[in-house]
Design a protein around this ligand. Structure first.
Ligand code: INI
Length: 177
């Protein structure tokens, strides 16, 4: 055994013995899980595509349509209230929030986008249920469409997959004391 081979063999055996922390990850097995989707009607041209993406993701991960409720709200500003109600109901393993806030269309972009993000976060914190953030904040309609099934993927799909992963992860973590 030359010196380099001996060193590699030594390192490999040391690694095999090295203590390692337990890693915990959520998986994407979602059969039997229940999800609610809260989706804003404002910019429905975009949000319907986000909804299509989210539903496609759930179905692709074996979630039955019978285990999904879709709740329409007027705009992204209303998402937090509904997300909180859905999450606190303990009916769902995860809540997926979908919306599109487009700067070109509103002077109060920052308020709508900021309140939606903070409120959705707060719904998750208050309930301990995963509430995912599928709200686009873009400069233009074109950018929003790009992220709703166009050139930059579908943020609705991403938000649904995040909710699936988080539902699995939370199930594995110690319960709150
Ligand atoms: N709601 C959105 O979801 N996206 C927007 O871009 C938007 N703009 O442009 O104003 C918007 N406004 C409506 C808001 O969410 C509330 O529905 C409304 O203020 C009533 O509370």
């Amino acid at each position: 055994m030359n010196e380099r081979v001996a060193r590699v063999a030594h390192e490999a055996s040391a690694n095999a013995r090295a203590p390692a922390p337990r890693e915990i990850r959520g998986d994407l097995h979602a059969r039997g899980r229940r999800f609610a989707i809260a989706v804003a009607r404002f910019n429905e041209l975009v949000t319907r595509k986000l909804l299509d993406g989210a539903l496609h993701a759930l179905r692709s991960h074996d979630v039955s349509d019978d285990d999904v409720d879709v709740v329409w709200v007027p705009g992204a500003f209303e998402l937090p209230l509904v997300a909180r109600r859905l999450a606190l109901s303990r009916t769902y393993d995860g809540v997926i929030c979908l919306g599109a806030v487009i700067r070109g269309q509103t002077a109060h972009f920052e308020h709508v986008a900021g309140q939606a993000a903070a409120g959705i976060r707060e719904a998750a914190d208050a309930s301990g249920v995963p509430v995912s953030f599928g709200v686009l904040t873009t400069e233009s309609l074109e950018q929003a469409l790009d992220r709703a099934g166009g050139n930059h993927g579908n943020k609705g799909w991403d938000a649904a997959v995040a909710a699936i992963e988080m539902a699995s992860l939370l199930e594995q973590l110690p319960k709150e004391g």
